[in-house]
Design a protein. Structure first.
Length: 252
């Protein structure tokens, strides 16, 4: 196996007397979808927030390609090559699909603060935005307002905006939330494709989707890692069945 692109060691986060995450370690590799599952309150989103820089860890280390990034701001971590999506869709609804992606691509450039340059004249930015929209399968026309497209398309757009920043690591926090069956199927296919060329961390409650797309699963309970392994190993784990999946899941 190749060296990890992103490696967390002993990550912990406390909020006063509450330990939301305790001593969590994991590795993300290119070409792999690594899913983190667990009941509500297990610490999954807190973990993603620490990996992305949205939240500083109370203890532990996060290394991107060997470089320590724990405690860096979210924008600096994003420019290094770590992109993320959120539980709640995070787009600019009053802008078009293309404008959303173009703004995301522009944000990673040193020239992004040159306010008087016509952004659409930046051919490279438009090309990066167009490529990202194509990769996620969003149909043209791309001059549609983001706020007017379906929820599933908004989820695709958010991932396209992340891809426009040219990340190596994708942190996806419940990308299937609020989707119907057909939209979920498309999103699972997209995650599988992205996993071929990126290191993907997936937090998701849809267990059918998780087991179909992930090659490695980490199970968290009460802020700690309960178990880690292949989908087959996790399905067979008595500890996981008792703590999270339940007898009904193992029978499916």
């Amino acid at each position: 196996m190749t060296d990890p692109v992103l490696q967390a060691s002993g990550l912990s986060r406390r909020f006063g007397g509450l330990a939301a995450v305790s001593d969590v370690s994991l590795e993300l590799h290119l070409g792999e979808v690594h899913a983190v599952i667990g009941p509500n309150g297990a610490g999954k989103t807190t973990l993603i927030n620490m990996l992305s820089g949205d939240l500083a860890p109370s203890a532990g280390s996060v290394r991107f390609r060997g470089r320590e990034i724990a405690g860096l701001s979210a924008d600096r971590i994003a420019r290094l090559g770590v992109g993320r999506s959120y539980q709640k869709v995070n787009i600019f609804p009053e802008f078009t699909l293309l404008e959303n992606c173009r703004l995301a691509a522009q944000a990673r450039l040193p020239s992004s603060l040159r306010l008087f340059r016509r952004a659409l004249a930046e051919t490279a930015l438009v090309e990066a935005a167009s490529l990202a929209l194509t990769l996620v399968g969003l149909d043209q026309p791309w001059d549609r307002l983001a706020g007017a497209v379906s929820h599933g398309e908004q989820r695709q757009l958010e991932i396209a905006m992340t891809l426009a920043t040219e990340p190596k690591v994708l942190l996806l926090d419940e990308p299937l939330a609020g989707m119907g069956a057909e939209e979920s199927e498309r999103m699972v296919g997209l995650i599988a494709r992205l996993g071929e060329s990126h290191a993907v961390l997936l937090v998701e409650h849809d267990m059918d989707a998780v087991f179909s797309v992930a090659s490695v699963l980490t199970v968290m309970v009460n802020g700690r890692v309960l178990e880690r392994g292949t989908p087959a190993a996790i399905r067979e784990s008595v500890a996981v069945q008792q703590a999270y999946l339940g007898a009904a899941e193992t029978a499916s």
